[in-house]
Design a protein around this ligand. Structure first.
Ligand code: HEC
Length: 128
């Protein structure tokens, strides 16, 4: 079951995002990459404080500030899997460029997912 889930998720990532970013990422913890994965918000906060806060605290360089609920609602509407993939592989939106893992080279996939969950929680937005 775990393997099947991994396969589905890896395929989703590859089809959807690898083509557009031309990059690959380590697949550590990819078995946890499903929507049913329960984020560790404590870890998410630690990762956020270290790697995301520079842009997402005030909303620097086009990034949505943590308090900008409207922006995070628009993001959340894309679905949690899309947000995770965008945070993991990078994303060019209409406001700016979100770098791969927010340029946190030593963040694992789960670190990034936890940080996304933490951001949404702090913004007061429900992940879809
Ligand atoms: C160098 C600045 C910068 C850092 C650091 C950064 N981000 Fe971003 N992020 C952005 C920008 C800019 C956008 C908005 C792109 C847009 O909507 O045009 C963004 C958007 C996002 C989105 C929304 C994507 C979407 O599809 O709407 C998520 C989720 C996100 N960042 C998560 C993170 C996480 C998690 C971290 C830390 C690991 C992080 N970011 C670190 C600049 C940054």
């Amino acid at each position: 079951m775990k393997k099947v889930l991994s396969f589905i998720l890896i395929s989703t990532f590859f089809v959807g995002f690898l083509a557009s970013c031309g990059g690959s990422s380590s697949s550590d913890n990819s078995d946890k990459a499903s929507s049913s994965y329960t984020a560790n918000l404590e870890n998410g906060k630690a990762v956020y404080d270290r790697s995301c806060v520079a842009c997402h605290m005030q909303g620097v360089a086009g990034a949505a500030a943590l308090t900008d609920k409207a922006r995070w609602e628009a993001s959340a509407a894309k679905g949690i899997d899309t947000l995770r993939a965008h945070a993991l592989h990078g994303f060019q939106g209409e406001h700016g460029v979100m770098l791969e893992k927010g340029s946190c080279a030593d963040c694992s996939e789960t670190d990034v997912y936890d940080a996304v969950a933490y951001i949404l929680k702090e913004a007061g937005v429900e992940a879809k």
